[in-house]
Design a protein around this ligand. Structure first.
Ligand SMILES: [Fe+2]
Length: 186
């Protein structure tokens, strides 16, 4: 039986081609957005084992594909789970598969060493099928599952985030290093 659904291998092949042909984060994320939209519309795209919370009910994180110029993961946010304001140091495209997530974007103005002024630029409440693009200059965000159900997403990033030197900011603008030896894919 013919299956015309767009699958994860199709998506990975397209990501490989796009990241080979393009270098601009804006162009890459513009091209990836409609493809991730197609992928997350396919109910079979993500097997059940990658849609569940991690051990102890913690955030689920699963590597779906790791390549030199991009990687694809799934992230499962428990009810109330939140990731404070943080950067990624690369482009990203996030698609919501199940339930909803609140994303707050910030403009970061350094004030003094290890301290910045964070200005909220927008608050988005993403529904299933929604896509969020991260590009240099607009990639600092906070994520929060304010619902009583798990939220499932697919994330695509242009760098391997394991061991990457990143930053996180508290509400008052205090800056901390964010480096994880494990894959911290959000
Ligand atoms: Fe993030």
């Amino acid at each position: 039986m013919a299956n015309n659904e767009y699958t994860l291998p199709d998506f990975i092949a397209d990501l490989d081609r796009i990241t080979r042909e393009e270098a601009s984060p804006h162009v890459i994320t513009e091209k990836v957005e409609p493809l991730l939209t197609r992928l997350i519309r396919n109910p079979e795209a993500l097997p059940a084992e990658y849609r569940k919370l991690g051990p102890g009910g913690k955030r689920g994180r699963y590597m779906l594909h790791r390549a030199p110029r991009f990687n694809v993961t799934s992230v499962v946010w428990a009810p109330g789970d939140t990731a404070g304001a943080h950067n990624h140091d690369t482009w990203g495209v996030i698609g919501v598969i199940e339930n909803r997530i609140e994303e707050t974007r910030y403009r970061v103005a350094p004030e003094r060493p290890e301290h910045a002024r964070l200005e909220i630029t927008r608050v988005m409440r993403h529904e299933p099928g929604a896509i969020s693009r991260l590009v240099p200059g607009d990639e600092v965000h906070r994520m929060h599952n304010r619902t009583s159900r798990d939220t499932v997403e697919i994330h695509v990033y242009g760098k391997d985030l394991a061991g990457l030197e990143r930053k996180t900011w508290s509400e008052d603008g205090a800056e901390k290093r964010l480096v994880s030896s494990k894959y911290l894919n959000c």
